[in-house]
Every structure is written in structure tokens, then in C-alpha cells.
Design a protein around this ligand. Structure first.
Ligand code: RP5
Length: 366
């Protein structure tokens, strides 16, 4: 197995079929940390970030194109050998796509998903999703809503990056991408969107000349993933990105105070490239609770990368610099392969470099 897959070796809600459109609420989330100016415009295939309501906290940082640390002789990469074909759009990130795993893969300890209909308009009286909420939710942890949906939504507004927001007859939020075969919240604490952030950190390996990313093997389903995590209340997204990277890949104890390295990483994430914001095709998603994320890309110089001493931390069975290859992208958790593809697409445009199917960084031969 090539690429990221190698790191495994190192170490009661019933969704009502009668849906009605919910109020479209403008989330307060806004763009993170002064990055909004570079989010919406320009490049083909770049997702439009909806509901941009807040004002950036800092002036927009225009990322300078980074020249990758390249081997002396850069290989020529033909169009056929490219990881992403010229003019490609990351289809998985377009509206209507990216809802496969949430319909077919059960999360850890979840019941089987059955055979959910394709969309809500096909979810008639015959659609009977299985109710599942993880036992931990009965203990009402502080990161979760109260079990009664009406009580939960009387305390907060529903927020989402997705343009379509639906609610069932009892006010329960309905998955914006369609039915999943499971109702209730599953393992997710909040009704509706549960917000995460995903740091895509890459380098060009000076010895192999290949593009690599920091990848973990998740503890739950043992799939290769971006070391992302949930956004804490009131936390800046750059803070989440740095904290999760430290907790999952640099051996920092969960919520163990802010280290110097975390502060430096947070500053670095303030110049990161926004890659995606919206629904994640996560195996934990249900009809009434789902993951949404903001993914950012940071390409490190060799010196910067050397300063990171990768050690597996919370939620990670393994961590490694792993080559970004066509094969490894297809094996990643949730929509993570599509996020990394989008990051590579943008990075190529920014640097003029080309990434091959085996991760080799080079120049276009055309
Ligand atoms: C995914 O779940 C997100 O993309 C993010 O990577 C992750 C956050 O959940 P935990 O890793 O905290 O479980 O949907």
C-alpha cells in the first residue's frame, strides 16, 4: 500500500417524512481569524462559503506563494500522471455530493444503517430509521445538548454552513444532505451541525521530493485522517487548528494549557489557506446530527517541519508524515481525501508546482 495507508504499520427521535424548510439562520461563526478575504473568490472549483456574516478580527493576510523545498532536479510530470487533472473540480465538495459514508458506514458501536432513501422527498412512511444515541449522551456531558430537542433548541439557535436547512415536524434538524438510516444524535452531542476544524499540514520531503502531510490513524475506526477536532465554544478557529494538532500529533495532553509551540502554530494558522467549509461525510452522522468543518492548509518549509516532533496523542492510534498519493486520498476518513485534494489543487495554483499520482512534486511537462 502506498502513501498514507503505510502509517497504520508504524506504531426517541423519528425523522418526520413531512419536512418543512427551517428558518435560514445566519451563523455567528463567520470566517476565522482574518481569512475571509481570500475565501470566496477566484479559483475554479473553490467552494463558495455561505453565510459570511462576521467581520474579520484582523487585516486579511495575503499568503505569499511558497516555493516548495524542491529536489535539485525537479521531475517533469505529465498531465496523465497528475494527482489532480488540469481544470479539475473536486466534485465531492460540490452541492449534492459527499453523502455516501453517512448513508452506508456506521460509526463505531452504531447500529447498521439499513437502506436509507436518496433524499428527503423519497422518505415516506416506509422510511423507519433506527434510533441511536451513544450511552455517554445520557450522562449529559457539557459538550452535548439536553436530550429533548425542543429544550435544546430553546437555548440556542441552529447554525450551519449548508445553504439548505430543514426541520422535521417536532422541530428536529434534518441532515441537509438527506437521510442516513439512523435518527437521534448518534455519538454527536449537538442536534444539527457539530462544528470541527481540520488542519492540513504538508511539507515537501527533501529526500524523496514527495508531498507529505501530517496524518493520523483514528482510534475509532482505524482510518487515516487529518488530525482535526471539535471547535470549543468561543475558540478561534486558528486556536482549534493549533490545539488539535498539538493534542493529536505532538503528544500534548488534552486541554493541558497552551504551550509555546501551540501559540506559534496558532500564529502560523493565521496565514493558512482556507480550503473548505461545510458538511463532512462522517460515519457518525445521523438524520438529526452531523459534522461540519472548516479545513485549512499550511505548507511548511523543511526547517519548520523539522521542528515538529510527531508523537501520537489523544484520539490517534498512530501519526506520521505520509505521502499524499492518489491511492491514499481514496482511503481517508469521511470527506478528508476530498479536503486534501482541494488543498493540493489550490497549492499547485499558488506555487506553479505539480503533484504526481505518487506524490512527487515537480513541474508540468506540458
Ligand atoms: C470530522 O471529525 C472532522 O472533519 C474532524 O476531522 C473530526 C472531528 O471529530 P473528532 O476527531 O474530534 O472526533 O468530521
Amino acid at each position: 500500500m502506498n502513501g498514507i495507508g503505510n502509517i497504520t504499520g508504524i506504531q426517541s427521535l423519528q425523522a418526520s417524512p413531512a419536512t418543512r424548510p427551517a428558518r435560514v439562520l445566519q451563523p455567528e461563526l463567520g470566517p476565522p481569524d482574518g481569512l475571509s478575504g481570500s475565501v470566496t473568490t477566484g479559483l475554479p472549483g473553490r467552494p463558495q462559503f455561505l453565510h459570511q456574516t462576521s467581520t474579520p478580527e484582523a487585516p486579511v493576510q495575503v499568503a505569499q506563494p511558497e516555493v516548495a523545498v524542491a529536489p535539485k532536479e525537479m521531475p517533469k510530470i505529465s498531465d496523465e500522471q497528475r494527482l489532480i487533472q488540469p481544470g479539475a473540480v473536486v466534485w465531492e465538495l460540490q452541492p449534492g455530493w459527499g453523502h455516501t459514508k453517512a448513508r452506508t458506514q456506521p460509526g463505531k458501536d452504531y447500529p447498521a444503517r439499513g437502506n436509507p432513501p436518496q433524499n428527503w422527498s423519497q422518505a415516506d412512511a416506509n422510511y423507519k430509521p433506527t434510533f441511536y444515541e451513544a450511552p455517554i449522551l445520557a450522562k449529559q456531558p457539557d459538550w452535548a445538548d439536553p436530550p429533548d430537542v425542543k429544550e435544546a433548541l430553546s437555548k440556542r439557535e441552529l447554525q450551519s454552513y449548508e445553504p439548505q436547512q430543514l426541520q422535521g415536524a417536532n422541530g428536529e434538524p434534518l441532515n441537509p444532505k438527506g437521510p442516513t438510516g439512523i435518527c437521534g444524535r448518534g455519538l454527536l452531542g449537538k442536534f444539527g451541525a457539530n462544528f470541527a476544524a481540520d488542519p492540513i499540514v504538508t511539507r515537501t520531503n527533501p529526500e524523496t521530493g514527495k508531498l507529505e502531510m501530517i496524518a493520523i490513524v483514528r482510534e475509532d475506526l482505524h482510518q487515516v485522517a487529518i488530525p482535526g477536532g471539535m471547535v470549543d465554544p468561543g475558540e478561534k478557529v486558528s486556536g482549534t487548528l493549533a490545539r488539535e494538532l498539538c493534542e493529536e500529533t505532538l503528544g500534548k495532553e488534552e486541554h493541558g494549557g497552551t504551550t509555546m509551540q501551540e501559540t506559534q502554530l496558532q500564529q502560523m494558522f493565521e496565514r493558512a489557506t482556507p480550503v473548505y467549509r461545510g458538511y463532512v461525510d462522517d460515519p457518525r452522522n445521523t438524520d438529526n446530527a452531523w459534522m461540519e468543518t472548516q479545513a485549512f492548509h499550511l505548507h511548511l518549509t523543511d526547517d519548520e517541519a523539522k521542528q515538529l516532533n510527531l508523537q501520537k496523542g489523544s484520539d490517534a492510534a498512530a501519526v506520521s508524515w505520509a505521502p499524499v498519493t492518489a491511492e491514499s486520498l481514496g482511503q481517508m476518513y469521511g470527506s478528508h481525501g476530498a479536503f486534501v485534494k482541494q488543498a493540493v489543487l489550490l497549492w499547485q495554483k499558488e506555487t506553479g508546482l505539480v503533484v504526481g499520482q505518487d506524490g512527487t512534486v515537480g513541474r508540468s511537462s506540458s
